[in-house]
Design a protein around this ligand. Sequence first.
Ligand code: GTP
Ligand code: ZN
Length: 213
Amino acid sequence: MKSGALTSVKLPADWSVETILPIEFQGREITLEAHAYQGETDAEQMVVLVHRDPDVANGSAAIPVVRIHSGCVTGDIFHSLRCDCYQQLQAALKAITEVPLGVIVYAPYHEGRGIGLFKKIQAYALQDQGLDTVEANIEVGAPIDSRDYSLAARVLQDLGMPEIKLLSNNPAKEQALKAHGIRVAERLPLVIKPNKFNKRYLETKRARMAHKL
Ligand SMILES: Nc1nc2c(ncn2[C@@H]2O[C@H](COP(=O)(O)OP(=O)(O)OP(=O)(O)O)[C@@H](O)[C@H]2O)c(=O)[nH]1
Ligand SMILES: [Zn+2]
């Protein structure tokens, strides 16, 4: 295990394991590396999928295209139309498999922008009554966005990826990674066409959370 540049995150001795994960994607079988990481607490676990194109000479030296994806049970698993998470995840999978080196850092504990599944559904119920996504978080007594990117940054360092191309529309995510020592060479947009269920949510992200939509 390589030692990372960041020392702020206290990690257990055995904080990473690695295996191979074959997946079916768009009718094709793709074999990815799967790394699991364990943060300071049991709750902070993430899986990192790495795609390396075996046909590209020295592909591992390329600047990786990276998606840091916040867990969304309703979207990622059930393809909810209230958010854009599922489509973003699919677009990210496509993007990482089309480059010499591509990575998805999947953080289940970032569910609901860090407030967890129960409170997110509570916030949805308030949005049904007219609140927007920001107001609803405040109403349930939660921060608007409580995600912490220190572990993600530490993991990228461990993987030998101190410089990345970030798949995201969220400038705050880019800033947070930079603050934790990751160089973001480029931010690659991941814009999904709105539908009638997520139109207001996406509009609020643009207007109140500075997302580049
Ligand atoms: N609290 C809360 N969380 C939500 C809501 N809708 C989606 N989420 C969560 O928001 C997270 C995704 O964050 P987003 O703000 O959509 O996007 P982002 O990750 O900041 O930015 P991108 O990189 O551009 O996708 C997931 O964990 C979702 O579960 C909502 O209305 N309230
Ligand atoms: Zn979602």
